[in-house]
Design a binder for this molecule. Structure first.
Ligand code: 5GP
Ligand code: MN
Length: 344
């Protein structure tokens, strides 16, 4: 049996083939490697196939993804709202990637909600919302990048996947699996990586461009947070970390500088549940990670206005940082039994 329903693939192909104007591809707000890898890879394939195609991102994304093919052409909605609106007006098909709810578009939401043309969603999060004409959504894929690559491979667009597109797709798979550390329970992921490798990607170079591209300030902030901002709760097999606005100022914080911090406490023996609080001007950004069965998206949905995957989720908390930390400590007993199921 085909892993992706053939009917969905045919619909995907025909919506694209019938788009008489240009196509706009859209990631979620604060896009990560998978969102940008999926979007820029698809952008390249559609462009190679002769379509007029643009990428509009709700917000900017970390500098360690700026080397990617197509970065120079991405329109950032938060910086260029008029140009973004024009790109949408000139199109009649949008493809939303790596998110499952309109709320993940932040301030760009109304533009997409009221969009008069056709819409496609390609995503791998649970509970996809019903806001597009076509939904290609499957949680058994490691990443949206793996999913879109598999979809494209079953269409006539497959011939247009070049090395640049393959490089973007690999970036998405690599970052969403933490370099093949999690989300890789399906062997298909490695089959896709084998195919991308045959297309000539340079895996070591991609890894180095993403992970060996941090500033000294970011390394120092990480050391500071590990020393001064981390609490371990051994009885709950949990750990928390936080970064205040003041800390961000002290270490010249740039978008993406906290990426990966939330994973670090999981390498402490016995810890299977980790949370990172990053203070923002108007709210607190929350990131969760877990190992094994314990579903952090449930915690995020119930207490932090968020969602995500079983082992990687996030949300937003509209109160102060101390209140967020307090909320976290109070919820630990509720989840104690479920956390303990993750201990092997
Ligand atoms: P991160 O912790 O890397 O920001 O996000 C991990 C995962 O959590 C993302 O891939 C996404 O699925 C989910 N996520 C992060 N932030 C939010 C949010 O504010 N709302 C929702 N619904 N999901 C989020
Ligand atoms: Mn993803």
């Amino acid at each position: 049996m085909e892993r992706i329903d053939i009917e969905l693939i045919r619909n995907f192909e025909s919506l694209i083939a019938n788009s008489s104007k240009s196509i706009v591809v859209i990631p979620h707000t604060n896009p990560d490697g998978d969102a940008m890898g999926s979007v820029l890879g698809l952008w390249r394939v559609l462009k190679n196939a002769g379509f007029k195609v643009k990428v509009v991102s709700p917000t900017k994304y970390p500098e360690f993804y700026h080397w990617m093919d197509g970065h120079d052409e991405v329109i950032i909605f938060s910086h260029h709202p008029k140009q973004s609106a024009r790109a949408l007006e000139e199109s009649n098909l949008i493809i939303c990637m790596d998110f499952n709810q309109l709320s993940r578009l932040g301030e760009m939401r109304p533009l997409i909600e009221n969009y008069p043309g056709k819409k496609i969603l390609v995503d791998h999060h649970p509970y996809p919302g019903n806001f597009t004409d076509l939904i290609i959504s499957d949680i058994t894929f490691s990443s949206t990048a793996e999913l879109i690559f598999s979809v494209l491979q079953s269409t006539s667009l497959a011939q247009f996947i070049d090395r640049d597109a393959a490089t973007s797709f690999f970036t998405g798979i690599m970052t969403d699996t933490g370099s093949f550390d999690f989300n890789v329970s399906n062997p298909n992921t490695f089959e896709v990586v084998a195919q991308l490798t045959r297309m000539g990607i340079d895996q070591l170079d991609i890894h180095s461009k993403v992970y060996d591209n941090y500033s000294a300030d970011r390394m120092r902030l990480m050391g500071f947070c590990l020393s001064n901002r981390m609490t371990v709760y051994p009885e709950y097999h949990a750990a928390s970390m936080y970064i205040t606005l003041e800390d961000q100022k002290a270490f010249n914080f740039k978008t993406g500088d906290n990426e990966g911090f939330v994973n670090m406490p999981l390498s402490i023996k016995g810890v299977v549940f980790s949370v990172l609080f990053t203070e923002k001007e108007k709210y607190v950004k929350v990131s969760f990670r877990s190992k094994g069965e314990f579903a952090v998206n449930e915690v995020s949905e119930k207490y932090f206005n968020g969602g995500g995957h079983r082992n990687a989720a996030g949300g937003e908390f509209y109160a102060s940082l101390p209140e967020a930390l307090d909320q976290f400590e109070k919820l630990l007993p509720e989840f104690e039994d479920r956390i303990k199921k993750s201990i092997k």
